[in-house]
Design a protein around this ligand. Sequence first.
Ligand code: GCU
Length: 837
Amino acid sequence: MRLSILFSLPLLNVASAEDGSQGWLRYAPIANANDYITVPSRVVALNVTRGSPVYTAQQELERGIKGIFGKQLETNSSVTSNSSAIIVGTLDAYRAAYGDLEDVGDLLDDGFFLSTEGLSVIIVGNNERGVLYGAFEYLSRLAQGRFLPISTMYNPQAPIRWTNEWNNLDGSIERGYAGPSIFFRDGFVVDNVTRVSGYARLLASIRVNGIVINNVNANATLLNDRNLQGLGRLADAMRPYGIQLGISLNFASPQDFGGLPSFDPLDPKVDAWWANITDEVYKRVPDMAGYLVKANSEGQPGPLTYNRTLADGANMFARAVKPHGGLVMFRAFVYDNHISPANWTADRANAAVDFFQHLDGKFDENVVVQIKYGAIDFQVREPANPLFSTLRNTSTSIELQITPEYFGQNDHLVYLGPLWKEILETDMRADSRPSKIKDIVSGIRFKRPLGGYAGVSGVGTNATWLGSHLAMSNLYAYGRLAWDASQDAEDVLQDWIRLTFGFDEQVMEIITDMSMKSWPAYENYSGNLGIQTLTDILYTHFGPNPASQDNNGWGQWTRADKVSIGMDRTVKNGTGNAGQYSPELASMYENIETTPDNLLLWFHHVPYTQRLKSNKTVIQHFYDAHYEGAATAQKFVEQWESLKGKVDEERYENVLFEQKFQAGHALVWRDSINQFYYNLSEIPDVAKRVGNHPYRIEAEKMSLSGYQFCAVNPFHTASGAMAIVTTSNTTTGTATANITFASGRYDIAVNYFDLIGGRAKYQLDVGNQTVGRWIGDNEDKLGHAPSIYLDGHSATRITFKGVDVRQGDVVRITGQANGNEPAPLDYISFLPPGIVD
Ligand code: GCU
């Protein structure tokens, strides 16, 4: 842990219930803070125009100081040289008011200087946005008890630090897990923008400077009059926070919305149409950041329809926004989703380089090619996208996904900071010179004027913003790393913990430990060794379904058969993808011996018996990793429980529910993947765990009344491939069995399926005792129920601790169907201490 807190701060009692809506900007009181530091009593803003970021900075300082120190700042006075104040303004305004300021250094756009060393606290920015960032930095230091005086200049590493909101006009959010949109409802921009301001405030505090508000799968009716007015409203809500609005466009808008016969980017009428509508947009939003375009990808229209190049398409938008100073973020996520798995050398991972390499240097100066971090699609493990080192004469940005589409969708804790860091620190060795991704997207490495970051956020109307309290570390880390990618992911996390949960050392230790272990754990119990993902790619990307990867045109193939697994991406025998990297990386990936184990199956097709550097076989590594990962997820529950009384009740209970869900779902993942590969390869687990569950009673083996068998698909997502459901959707069933386990105290776990569209009721009885009752209501409690079927998405576990059981007692589950949910049951486990099954 970084030792940066100056004093050991006394703790206040645990705060009253918190709903998470303040995120990391809680400004919780620090007891006796006034004993440690004297903050000035006044704030002087060098621009008091309402709505200016400097004015916002003043307001935020008032709010923060009031919260932390209980002290109301005076705002209406000017300051003389011998009185103290917090002075906030642009550097120019400061100089005009007080003369020169020493030691400021060279401030870039959005950069700022913060000095707390003198009588006054001085916060100056190169522009107004920088001033606001400085105020947030000062407050963040105070809120974390960092009271040591400093005089420091802060500059961004990249000019573009945006979020992308995949919000649809109907109010839904693609890959969002936090309720409906804060921007749209029923086809239009919302009227009430309070929540938008709140979001802009959070983002400004982590120095994000742009929000693209609508889905990349864009709807052209965003451009109708009512919505254009709405855009003005949204931009007005963001402007006080120095955040510019951007929009995603549908390439076919001139035809679908404008009524033109074509959307050919080289048709002058199409060009004129875009110029005209762009003028209209800028009338409503004069400082609009620019456009984001997904073209010729996953069914979206684009220039290829007219045999024009992707650069022709991008440049058409670039011409339209240029007079207004706007940018075009053009996505490199272009690929054919109908490639043939029969073709050994076909490879979706080659698409970005194939589509964009020959266009390098052909994009207008205000175009930035936005590249997903890996060559496939936000997978749990991917090497950095080879396009980053391929484009030398084109500005690029990196697209990260804050909303964890392939990482448990905010029902599993997965802190993504370490993954992003690993990618950003990857050295692509372009021309055999240091070429870290972070230096490529900052524009430094290839001397590009533009570059930066896009984070797909998933923020919705849920009070927690992302649908989970702990997931907010990802939003926080995104902004922090986009500003300065050299920061340590754990340090950033700990700042977030302090700001979100306070100073308790155990809270810090536990949340740090859980978060830092979370990505490795998730990788372990989902997909290992660079297999990219084993989730269900044909339905929701949540639970396990390895077979869904193969034998279709999506190109996320594992090529698993009875004896071998993995994509051969070598040049000598495979798709040639390894050869898209610079020679040093290419030769490393080309050879099995030099390919890191965690990318083995990304680059090589090998037998299950292939030995890893650890000397384990691939298949045994799969088995072991799944057991290890799932075991770590069980510990998260105990770890979180140790914080009872140290975190306010509302957040404590909320997180506890999620951790219990994750622990149960990690077992579903573990058993399902292991069973699948055991069935396929027929190679047993040397530890004899796979397929062997001595503590379970399968529901289909119990005596049933009002229940019937139901085969589960995919089969390996149910224990024994089978479940039971009530005989109708309105009736009650019971499943009973005699307990043959030795008498004693057990944790009893019940695995059931919680479907969207029903809230079945269950009761568990052992002997004469009712052990518990519950409802299949994940849709309410998790805010997310991902499936209408019995499968690996809906499979859920509930555990009752410390139940006294007598051999010969009857265990009975009563299930009452509701809606679509026929009270489905998989199995019951009787777990002696220390056993997880
Ligand atoms: C993934 C994701 C889609 C999204 C697409 C994109 O495929 O599942 O929902 O539209 O990426 O980034 O464009």
